[in-house]
Write a protein that binds this ligand. Sequence first.
Ligand SMILES: [Zn+2]
Length: 439
Amino acid sequence: MPSNPGSHEIRAIRGAWLNPVSDESCEYFPNGILLVQKRNGWWKIKELGTAKELIEKHRLEEYRIENEAGLLMPPFFDMHFHWVQDEVREMPKTSLLEWLVKYTFPKEEEFSDPDFAEEKAQCFWQRILSTGTIGGLCYSSIHKTAFEAAMRHAGDYFKVGNVLMTMNSPQALKQSKDEAIELNRWASEGYGRFHVGSPRFAPTTAPEVIAASAGEAKSFGGFLQTHMCETHQEIEWVKSIYRELPGFEDIETYIEIYERTGFLGPKTVLGHCIHLTDAEWKLMAETDTVVASCPTSNAPLDERGLGSGLFDFRRADQEGVRWVLATDIGGGPYLSMLDVMASFVRQNRAQGIEGATHVQALYRSTLAGAKILGIDSKGSFAEDNDVDYVAVKMDRESLDASDAEVVLGKCLSKTLDNRESYESAILKTVLEGKTVFSC
Ligand SMILES: [Zn+2]
């Protein structure tokens, strides 16, 4: 369809636009215009460019141009978080296993109450939009009620899984193997692509149950998620448990549990993967399994993380292992992917690791997640994509920057004491042309 500036079916949105392309590349138009067009009832992106160029090219009349404040970028995909842990995010942290037992498991037990789960879901799934996150992979508790509450309130680009826990778990959170398999099948058959098979992690989930969830998801091309190699203590515990189980007596690495249960593959996203052996890296690459790295959750204790260590993103790139960023709330303290992006760069630089940039962090929080989820129409402002964006609070002078790395550096420069304010840094979240949050 030829462009028609007089038509109400075209909108021109002027502002400071950031468009992630790859780890190395992100376009920045400090005075740009996003031209969008309604086609068959859907707003789609027509073109992004400098205001000067597009005003001339399309003979746009000034009075028809809309102005958007703040720094504009695609909304975020959070590829690993626990919506039922929203209230334990800021609890004192000492180590992964202690924190799970002391704070996380008791809080998850409360989600057996349907009224409680509904009330929390109404609040949480609105709040996540207010931080600019529109999609990703999420863990629920073991309870059907909590999963159903999430399904009622989560947006279309989130996939949620009820965790499967059949051993080494508190009594109130323990399912029989049959119960876990049945609940997973019920969720998968009833909710299809909105469900993600979610054994909590190998020590809490019997291998038959991990295998059943893998078989179920793979039968229709669904996604799978779990945790792996977050801390040394966890790795030793896992191996000691599995070496007592038939078929696993000879395992040398954690990943062999997921390999032997048929869990690995291009639609499997493993949280953390901080302490991998050479053989584990190789198997991740061979099976095209994805890593969800959660820097704010893995951060040192004095940065409100669990002190688990730093994911080796350069090794992942060398090995050809795909990876994305995520909050892992409640392991991570804040729901904002802006905080995750800042933490990724800060932690790598603090350890003298070169190559971590803000541009890369943005790419791994937007387009990389959309690609892994197979959502071709989201994550950047490419032509024909959906009209999705967030406006991040920034004053006018700060937007005047030479390139994307510089302006993102300013946007992500909050001090450690002020990180919480990333959660309220979003002015507006727009999804498919509709404002779903504004402050
Ligand atoms: Zn997690």
